[in-house]
Design a protein around this ligand. Sequence first.
Ligand SMILES: *[C@@H]1O[C@H](CO)[C@@H](O)[C@H](O)[C@H]1NC(C)=O
Ligand SMILES: *[C@@H]1O[C@H](CO)[C@@H](O)[C@H](O)[C@H]1NC(C)=O
Length: 167
Amino acid sequence: MALPEMWRSLSIVLVVVAQQTWGRSNWIAMTPSRLLDSGAVQAGVFTDNLPTFVARVWHDNNILPGIARPNVGAWASWQDYEVKKENFEVLIADEVTWIPAANGVIPLGAQPTGVYLNGTDLYTCRVLDETAFILESGLIMKGQTVCSIPWQNRTALYPVYEVMLYK
Ligand SMILES: *[C@@H]1O[C@H](CO)[C@@H](O)[C@H](O)[C@H]1NC(C)=O
Ligand SMILES: *[C@@H]1O[C@H](CO)[C@@H](O)[C@H](O)[C@H]1NC(C)=O
């Protein structure tokens, strides 16, 4: 490898390390009782008028983007039902943007917030459910045309949604 090329590879490695170590956003371990004042990124509001938060849960070696509710737990869509966890992670970020999208589009700049065991990246999406009047967050993957939301042990599918971008 020529010297300039080596130097470039090294800088790339350093940039990646810097982003991971000193990046302004962070996923932190969370439990339901500590959630409300944790500073986690809010996803919406639930039927109890309490905020819901962007979360990710571990299930069968998958990392699934989902939603957390104070004092209750976190949920994610898994196949056509939902999984609930008492231990999960929430996102702490300086800047969050929700970009409207539809029919499977994942806006440029969206970072994966989860991954299936087979390596397929997952992104955080949210929808306004007009029947329940709630803003819920769930997951979407490339090649899927809908945002999947965990709801009463089913996965509800929405073709119109927003995708989360964060810094
Ligand atoms: C990866 O796994 C997910 C969930 O089981 C599935 O929907 C998707 O089609 C798989 N992708 C590939 C490339 O196998
Ligand atoms: C949710 O549905 C799955 C699949 O049908 C089932 O195995 C599980 O027990 C259900 N969970 C609850 C809390 O009802």
